[in-house]
Design a protein. Structure first.
Length: 369
C-alpha cells in the first residue's frame, strides 16, 4: 500500500496483523533494548527531563548531561528556583537552549498550578511550556500507562517502511494520519513499553541509512523490504537551503583578565557569556571594522590585533564561520567599569560561566578551559 500527498491516507491494519506486530516487537525489545539511565523508571520528572533532552539530540550525547542535570536539579523546586547562569551552565553544549528555559518555566507551573506533582492528563501536560504532543504522550504512556501513541522521526521512519508509505512525511496531512496509524498499532495494555520499543527499533535497527533488516522483528511483514525500496523511504520533500553567516570574535586580554559579554535578545543563546565580536558580511574579517566596533561599543582602542584561528559550526540550517582574534587594550585606555552584561574575568573564573559550544571550542583552542 502506498500513500499519496494529494489524497486522504487510509492504512487499515487487520487485528491478526496488529497482534503479530505488537507481539514480535515486544519480544524483540525486552532482550535487545539498550541499557539507558532513564529506562525502567516511572518517575515523571526524570522521564520528562530525558524526553526533552532527547529532542533533536543523540542518545550518546544526552547521557552525561542527563546524569549531571539530575544531580544539580533533582526535583521540581530545585529546577524552578534556579537562576539563568546555573541553568545554562548545566545545559551548555547540548544545544537548543530554549529547551532548558522551558523546563524551568514548566517546573514553576507545576509548583504553582499542580501542587508540585506532574499532571496526569494529556490536556494539562500539553499545556506546560515546551511540551508538545509527542513529549506529553511519551511521559503519560511510560509513567502512567495512558494508551497514547508517540510519533517522532524514528517512529515515522519505521511506519513509512513497514507500510511502504510513499508520501512526504513532513506534510501536515500525512503527519496527522501517521499519528492515527501509530495509535491504531499501539498495544493499549502495555503502551509505555510498546512506544519505547518502536522508538528503539528506529534508533538501532531501522536506521536512516543501511538499516539492519535481518535483525528486525517486522522484516517478514515489511512492505518496503519486500519491494526493495526500504532505503528510499521515508520521503521528506525538499530540504531547506543552508544559510551561511560570518562572525569575528576577539579574545581581549588586559592584565591577566579577559573581557566577557552576555548575550541579550530573544535568540537561542540569550543569557550565555562569550567573547565580544561582531557579524561580518564575508568570510574575510576586516581589522578596521573590528577596531571601529570596539571603539564604538566599549570605548576601547585595540592593539596587537591578530588572527589566531577559524572555527565552523552549525545551528539547524545555519552554517557559521567564526574568525577568532586576540588583542590587548591600547595604551592610554583603562578598564571600563564592570557592567551587568560585560565583565573582566580571570582564567580561573571562566569555569563558572555558561558558554555556547562555539565559545567552548575557542577556550579549548586557547587552553583556557
Amino acid at each position: 500500500m502506498s500513500l499519496r500527498k494529494s489524497s486522504l491516507l487510509y492504512v487499515k491494519v487487520s487485528n491478526p496483523k496488529r497482534r503479530w506486530l505488537q507481539s514480535q516487537l515486544l519480544a524483540w525489545y525486552y532482550p535487545n533494548q539498550r541499557q539507558l539511565p532513564w529506562r525502567g523508571i516511572r518517575d515523571p520528572y526524570k522521564v520528562w527531563i530525558s524526553e526533552v533532552m532527547l529532542q533533536q539530540t543523540q542518545v550518546k550525547s544526552v547521557i552525561p548531561y542527563y546524569e549531571k542535570f539530575l544531580k544539580v536539579f533533582p526535583s521540581f523546586p530545585a529546577l524552578a528556583k534556579t537562576k539563568d547562569d546555573k541553568l545554562l551552565k548545566c545545559w551548555a553544549g547540548l544545544g537548543y537552549y530554549s529547551r532548558a528555559r522551558n523546563l524551568r518555566k514548566a517546573a514553576r507551573v507545576i509548583l504553582t498550578k499542580h501542587e508540585g506533582k506532574f499532571p496526569e492528563t494529556l490536556e494539562a501536560v500539553h499545556a506546560l511550556p515546551g511540551i508538545g504532543r509527542y513529549t506529553a504522550s511519551a511521559i503519560l504512556s511510560i509513567c502512567f500507562g495512558e494508551p497514547l501513541a508517540v510519533l517522532d522521526g524514528n517512529v515515522m521512519r519505521v511506519l513509512a517502511r513497514a507500510f511502504k508509505i510513499h508520501a512526504n512525511i513532513n506534510d501536515g496531512n500525512v503527519r496527522r494520519q501517521l499519528w492515527q496509524l501509530a495509535q491504531d498499532l499501539l498495544d493499549s495494555d502495555n503502551p509505555g513499553d510498546f512506544n519505547q520499543a518502536l522508538m528503539e527499533l528506529g534508533a538501532t535497527v531501522c536506521t536512516p541509512r543501511q538499516p539492519k533488516c535481518s535483525e528486525c522483528p517486522w522484516e517478514k511483514k515489511c512492505l518496503a523490504k519486500k519491494a526493495d525500496v526500504h532505503e528510499q523511504l521515508p520521503e521528506k520533500g525538499k530540504r531547506q537551503s543552508l544559510r551561511r553567516s560570518f562572525h569575528a570574535t576577539v579574545v581581549l586580554e588586559h592584565r591577566g583578565k579577559y573581557l566577557l559579554v552576555r548575550r541579550s535578545g530573544k535568540g537561542q543563546l540569550e543569557g550565555f557569556w562569550e567573547f565580544p565580536g561582531l557579524d561580518l558580511r564575508s568570510v574575510q574579517a576586516e581589522s578596521a571594522a573590528i577596531k571601529k566596533h570596539f571603539q564604538k561599543e566599549y570605548n576601547l582602542q585595540l592593539s596587537g590585533l591578530r588572527h589566531i584561528t577559524q572555527i565552523r559550526h552549525s545551528i539547524t540550517t545555519r552554517r557559521i564561520t567564526v574568525d577568532v582574534f586576540r588583542a590587548q587594550i591600547g595604551e592610554g585606555y583603562s578598564l571600563p567599569e564592570p557592567e551587568k552584561d560585560a565583565r573582566w574575568v580571570r582564567p580561573a573564573e571562566l569555569r563558572h560561566y555558561p558558554f555556547s559550544s562555539a565559545t567552548m571550542r575557542i577556550l579549548e583552542e586557547l587552553s583556557l578551559k
